[in-house]
Design a protein around this ligand. Structure first.
Ligand code: OSB
Ligand code: MG
Length: 369
């Protein structure tokens, strides 16, 4: 497929609730929406960047720079047979996974549209609906957190993830457990602890959590292995596994028992599939994480989560958990049973609302072969 045109749009959308984690607070999303044209078809992808380098080193600015000055020039006008071919061309650029993901997702949307099938099908997925969980940020008070959780539980979400940090951990989890004894519950520390906090994690073992996500430094697979050997609760890695090779190492070291796969963090759908397959053959369950994506990235995540080893509810929530109005039609909705239906149309299976996209665009640039 010859890539004829790429359009980049930095869009800005307010979140319905500011999202606070151990690394900071975000009230607005600033992703880059990628539109790719080939063979008379239009594909969409999302580089789910944030304004600052707190979760990953990339920012919206660095992503724009890498896309405009390096990645778009090496793929534009090229005849690319498949996603592997696209990755090979982009391989000389080190890292910058969010930038690569926007392009690769748009390319997969085109591949599926050319075949006339849903994206999930070309990725190798089979499910009609995916199990939906929700990630709840740090709140101003425990009461506020309990209210937010009560709303999500009554919406039907299949598991609740709460963000923790030193000072907002054991007593908060205890309160949540008292009010929601049966709810599938997990915590995400976003790398805020060290092995010195072993007692905190031993105490958390008493609350029947599904897993504890990324307790320690994003660079420390060895300490995660040491922690895992001393606690019962499965560790799930997020920030520490940004590549296939890091996942191999983590499994070898027993640094985790569950993997959060975010296509954006690992460099695109093809890497996500490879990690999925590796974990499947190692008997390690995975789930699809999120980066507060718009409907475009969400559609890609929903399709990814249809693969068989995505066997736990992910951070793929309904559009209204993030935005008062999404940029796709129809928006993603939560079914009463806590699932999200996989679109059946071709490609991503939802329509990008061009007027809304235009009204949210802070910057736009088009590159033609
Ligand atoms: O650590 O999983 C994370 C959002 C932004 C950056 C990092 C994380 C998150 C989430 C929310 O937890 C996931 C989502 O609902 O998209
Ligand atoms: Mg996380």
């Amino acid at each position: 497929m010859r890539i004829e045109q790429v359009e980049l749009r930095h869009v800005r959308l307010p979140l319905v609730h500011p999202f606070q984690t151990s690394f900071g607070e975000e009230a607005e999303r600033d992703p880059i929406i990628v539109t790719m044209r080939a063979e008379g078809l239009v594909g969409h992808g999302e580089s789910a960047t944030m304004a600052g380098p707190w979760y990953l080193y990339e920012t919206t600015e660095t992503c724009w720079h890498i896309l405009r000055d390096f990645l778009v020039p090496i793929i534009l006008g090229q005849d690319v047979p498949d996603a592997g071919g696209l990755q090979d061309r982009m391989a000389p650029v080190r890292g910058h996974h969010l930038a690569k993901t926007g392009l690769e997702q748009a390319f997969w949307d085109l591949l599926a549209k050319r075949e006339g099938v849903p994206l999930a099908r070309v990725l190798g997925g089979h499910r009609d609906a995916i199990e939906s969980g929700v990630s709840v940020g740090i709140q101003p008070s425990v009461e506020a957190l309990l209210e937010r959780i009560a709303d999500y539980v009554s919406d039907g979400y299949r598991r609740i993830k709460i963000k923790i940090k030193p000072g907002w951990d054991v007593s908060v989890v205890r309160s949540v457990r008292e009010q929601f004894p049966e709810t599938p519950l997990m915590v995400d520390a976003n790398a805020a602890y060290t092995l010195q906090d072993l007692e905190t994690f031993k105490t958390l073992d008493g609350f029947g959590l599904m897993m504890v996500e990324q307790p320690l430094s994003y660079e420390d697979l060895l300490d995660h292995a040491r922690l895992q050997s001393q606690i019962e609760t499965p560790i799930c890695l997020d920030e520490s596994v940004g590549t296939f090779q890091q996942v191999r190492l983590a499994l070898e070291l027993d640094s985790c028992r569950i993997v959060n796969i975010k296509p954006g963090r690992v460099g695109g759908p093809l890497q996500a599939i490879k990690i999925h397959d590796l974990c499947q053959s190692a008997g390690v369950p995975v789930w699809c994480g999120g980066l507060l994506e718009t409907g475009v990235g969400r559609a890609h995540n929903v399709a990814m989560a249809t693969l068989p080893n995505f066997s736990l509810p992910g951070d793929i929530s309904a559009s209204d958990r993030y935005f008062s109005e999404d940029i796709v039609n129809p928006p993603f909705r939560l079914n009463p049973d806590g699932t999200i239906t996989v679109p059946t149309g071709t490609g991503i299976g939802v329509e990008v609302d061009e007027d809304r996209l235009e009204s949210l665009t802070a910057r736009k640039e088009t590159f033609a072969a």
